[in-house]
Design a protein around this ligand. Structure first.
Ligand code: FEO
Ligand code: CA
Ligand code: CA
Length: 690
């Protein structure tokens, strides 16, 4: 269909009838996860509900002279490798003396928390500033044209920073440089295209190319960071819908992964709906393919062989995106196996732009939020993962092989195969009763399969890996309230999981001790009174403690560290700290740690009426649970990332979908952030002391 100039842009219809994610707009729900909340929850199993080594390893890499990384707390751009180990292994004691001569550490900074607000800006405390590093449309690879929203093309999008930035990884390079790796989760046609300029097929192809990931070389500049240009940016890369991936691990080559374009079942084009991720101890980036189901339509009947499997993954063929009309591989009737090639964790080597990125079948297939790897005491790689759906599960992977130290190519090659062999587990959490006034208990990691052997009756290894949700259903894990980021704290060794919300806890989903809230206090705006809403609207942060501190141990204890919401609401809990001392927080989504072990949490879908934000939370000591808002994002936006680097000097945040408010469009925007144009542009920012 072509549109004449001035014709209102119909794009795709937005369903306004269903359940929302917290206070998310109808636009966000439609375009980000395909209105997942409106579909029957795919999990109908009836189960109970519910690094320092990193621094050294990356630092050892020959090209990484003089920089180090540790569990989300990176040190970038320092001069010599001697100072590096110290920087990476010494937690900050205070806000001073980190070699910078100023009180610029965010770990211990005494800032005035940002109050709930609805401003169209990134708001940080007095004394701090926020710099935009990369915007949608900015050039990434050589030959990228200047961004012009009226002259978008597939060729341009494949060279420019994609839409809706999400995960942020920053890895060290020699000197005062770094490499930024960012996911581009999804596209919002209403926000991207002026009315009357693009035909549907062209618009859809541009949207496809705006998905994927970007790799961007950065240089430190006057205490902040900016993109490098020219020859020094030779690592830059755009991974998009036509980038070839290699399927790896036990299920690679399975007949159910083969299509007419790939008879091997080992080569896939593109990665979609990449949400969160993690930086590995060996200096690669993992990225989770989340709501991939929404990209598949159908021209006729669905393959009856996969009726149960499609249903469990929310694959119905009913999609408003229309991709199947542009590329037949998204037509389930023509290519019933294509959706099986998405829903994986992908691994990208940002240091080698010619490398073929990998989809790891050993980590299972579900709506992967992300994956965060730590090393066990005996050197095995342990990945923690969440399946972001109401009533879905927490997962863990333990590698068979051990991490290889050293800088050489051999070690690097070895480490990049650690996620190919090992054992995949799902979590069961048991409460110890609420008489102790704590939501806590014990838990167990239940094995699903190793690379050689299935532990699920009636399912092969490939069955378990390709249809992990169905395998997990059979071993009675705990159905959780939308598990998002799950990340080990490199300082205290405990694991923190964001459980964002579940409006149907207490109705469709019976409560249990790990998912106890069935009624929540919410606000329509920051000044409005608290009102009662059904279900868990504000989310939790769950803390897991592996037995004996061993990430390979199958037993753990757990506690709901934060029951989020307004501190005035009786159901909230903030690690036991006095509620007068905390900021309101709602819908935790992504987590990170600074070098002292403080948790940093970003939110998505604030049900308290204000903009989303990023919060600092000590996890030990007298301030354990003291939530303080450091930053809020503009109107309609979600705060993604976050990441703390440079000896706790910098906080990186991806500002996703600014202005995604119902009724808004490119021509009638609800936001103009970052205020460089008269329309909003999703962007990555770095925040630091002024
Ligand atoms: Fe893309 Fe689970 O958030
Ligand atoms: Ca208890
Ligand atoms: Ca997320």
């Amino acid at each position: 269909m072509s549109l004449g100039p001035g014709t209102p842009l119909p794009l795709v219809p937005v369903d306004r009838s269903g359940v929302r994610h917290g206070s998310r707009s109808y636009l966000t729900c439609a375009f980000r996860c395909g209105n997942a909340c409106d579909h029957p929850e795919p999990n109908r199993s009836g189960n109970p509900h519910i690094a320092d080594e990193i621094a050294r390893a990356v630092g050892r890499r020959s090209v990484l002279r003089g920089a180090a990384v540790g569990g989300g707390a990176l040190v970038l751009g320092v001069g010599g490798s001697g100072s590096l180990a110290a920087a990476a292994t010494s937690p900050s004691r205070n806000g001073r003396g980190h070699g910078h001569g100023r009180g610029d550490s965010l770990a211990n900074a005494d800032f005035e928390p940002v109050a709930p607000n609805t401003r169209d800006d990134v708001v940080v405390p007095r004394g701090y500033e926020s710099d935009v590093v990369m915007r949608w449309g900015d050039p990434v690879v050589a030959g990228a044209p200047r961004f012009d929203p009226y002259r978008q093309s597939v060729a341009a999008a494949e060279k420019q920073f994609g839409f809706n930035c999400d995960y942020v990884g920053v890895l060290p390079l020699p000197g005062r440089s770094a490499v930024l790796v960012v996911n581009h989760e999804y596209t919002s046609p209403t926000a991207m295209f002026p009315a009357g300029v693009y035909e549907d097929a062209e618009r859809i192809a541009i949207e496809m190319a705006n998905h994927g990931m970007s790799v961007v070389t950065l240089e430190e500049h006057r205490g902040s960071w900016r993109a490098e240009r020219g020859r020094r940016a030779w690592r830059n890369r755009r991974i998009h819908d036509r980038t070839e991936f290699r399927l790896d691990g036990p299920a690679a080559g399975d007949p159910r992964l083969r299509t007419s374009a790939d008879r091997t079942g080992r080569r896939v084009l593109g990665t979609f709906n990449n949400c969160a991720g993690g930086t590995t101890p060996w200096g690669t980036v993992l990225s989770g393919e989340e709501n991939f189901n929404q990209y598949f339509g159908s021209s006729g009947d669905l393959d009856a062989r996969y009726a149960d499997e499609y249903a469990r993954y929310g694959i119905s063929g009913g999609t408003a995106r229309g991709w199947q009309d542009v590329d037949e591989r998204f037509d389930l009737t023509a290519e019933p196996h294509e959706p099986h090639r998405f829903g994986w964790v992908v691994e990208v080597d940002p240091y080698d732009p010619s490398s073929t990125p990998v989809k790891h079948t050993m980590l299972g297939r579900f709506k992967h939020e992300g994956a965060n790897v730590t090393l066990s005491r005996d050197g095995r790689a342990v990945a923690y993962m969440g399946d972001d759906e109401r009533g879905d599960y927490l997962y863990r992977f333990v590698s068979q092989e051990r991490f290889a130290g050293g800088r050489g190519r051999k070690a690097r090659r070895h480490n990049q195969q650690l996620l190919s062999k090992g054992t995949l587990y799902v979590a069961r959490l048991t409460g110890d009763g609420t008489d102790d006034d704590e939501y806590d208990g014990t838990g167990r990691w239940i094995p699903l399969c190793s690379d050689r052997r299935s532990f699920v009756e009636g399912m092969s290894v490939a069955d378990v890996l390709i249809f992990t949700r169905l395998a997990a259903d059979k071993v009675t894990p705990t159905r959780m309230d939308r598990p998002e980021d799950v990340e080990p704290n490199p300082v205290n060794g405990r694991v923190y999981a964001a459980l964002t919300n579940n409006s149907q806890r207490g109705s469709t989903f019976p409560p249990d001790e790990a998912n106890p809230i069935t009624s929540s206090q919410v606000r329509a705006n920051p000044a409005a009174p608290l009102t009662t809403a059904s279900g868990n609207r504000n989310g939790y942060v769950l803390e897991l403690a592996p037995r004996r501190g061993d990430h390979t141990d199958d037993r753990f204890t757990w506690e709901l560290f934060l029951v989020c919401g307004d501190p005035e609401a009786p159901e909230t809990h903030f690690g036991g700290v006095d509620k007068d001392r905390v900021s309101p927080i709602s819908c935790p989504d992504n987590v990170a740690f600074d070098s002292t072990g403080n948790l940093w949490v970003s939110t998505d879908g604030n049900a308290l009426g204000g903009n989303d934000g990023v919060f600092r939370v000590p996890v030990d000591g007298p301030d354990r649970g003291r939530v303080e808002c450091f930053l809020t994002v503009p109107k309609g936006a979600e705060a993604c990332g976050p990441l703390i680097t440079d000896r706790d000097r910098n906080l990186w945040v991806a500002v996703q979908h600014p202005g995604e408010v119902d009724g808004s469009s490119f021509d009638s925007p609800a936001s103009t952030w970052p205020h460089t144009d008269d329309f909003p542009r999703p962007s990555v920012v770095v925040n630091h002391r002024r």
